[in-house]
Design a protein around this ligand. Structure first.
Ligand code: SAH
Length: 248
């Protein structure tokens, strides 16, 4: 079981697989007023940076589930490096339908809401692991500027404009789903650069080391086109944020 190999190649050097930066991840952890011993569930935990740094900084414990074998291994190594391996368990597996045995204080899905068919389904899934009074975290794109045409939306690698909402509409959606938005940390263009531009050097080095690989042509094409595509579309039109929610 694994995610498509192309992501394991292009994001192999990322600690955070999203446009949120280490300082914003720390700001989010502080904003949530986490207490020592709080339990956090993270579905689509990637390389584990959120759980590991929050375990170090706020002494939380928890579980991360991720389908990438590489990212899950990196997460375990990161936990050891930060001295929090006894607090955090990383499970390599499919997070679709994953419900924690013991209710958690924070149930998160940061940038992987497709695991339960979108924002609404993912909130429903996370709610099944959440204790009364707990907080759900959703990391999700929203339009920074509404694309003027469907072509522009596709330039952002969306299927259509309807894939994402503008920020006020996304916040209103959380309300319609029965949740108070109690905090948020938004990404900015510099954060997007850290996520997207970091792939380019990784791709270049991978190409130099793996010229005969079956994916070399695809990676070469991406490396040639991605900086221009990203600058013209994603960087201008797409926003992103992590939203903290409590059921009303
Ligand atoms: N939350 C992490 C990772 C976000 S990237 C961070 O912010 O750094 C999306 C993650 O979802 C990737 O790590 C990918 O491996 C994982 N993923 C994709 N499909 C999944 C699934 N069905 N179950 C669990 N993880 C999945």
């Amino acid at each position: 079981m694994d995610i498509p190999r192309i992501f394991n190649i292009t994001e192999s050097a990322h600690r955070i697989h999203n446009p949120i930066t280490p300082d914003k991840l720390a700001a989010l952890g502080a904003a949530l007023r986490l207490e020592a011993g709080a339990r956090v569930l993270d579905l689509g935990s990637g390389s584990g940076e959120m759980l590991c740094t929050w375990a170090r900084d706020h002494r939380v414990s928890g579980i991360g589930v991720d389908m990438s074998r590489l990212f899950s291994e990196q997460a375990k190594r990161r936990a050891e490096e930060l001295g929090v391996a006894h607090q955090i368990e990383f499970i390599h597996g499919d997070a679709a339908g994953y419900v924690a045995d013991e209710k958690v204080d924070v149930a998160a899905c940061v940038g992987a809401t497709w695991i339960a068919g979108g924002v609404a389904g993912t909130i429903e899934l996370l709610a099944r692991s959440l204790r009364t009074g707990g907080i759900i975290l959703i990391g999700e794109p929203c339009w920074r500027r509404l694309p003027p045409t469907e072509d522009v939306a596709r330039g952002c690698l969306a299927n259509s404009i309807a894939d994402f909402l503008v920020l006020p509409e996304l916040l209103a959606l959380f309300g319609r789903l029965g949740y108070d938005v109690v905090e948020m940390v938004l990404a900015d263009q510099d954060g997007w650069d850290r996520y997207e531009a970091a792939k380019w050097l990784t791709m270049r080095r991978w190409l130099d080391a793996n010229p005969g690989d079956e994916l070399a042509k695809e990676v070469r094409a991406q490396l040639s086109s991605e900086p221009g595509r990203y600058a013209a579309y994603t960087r201008e039109y797409l926003g992103w944020g992590v939203f903290a929610l409590m059921p009303r």
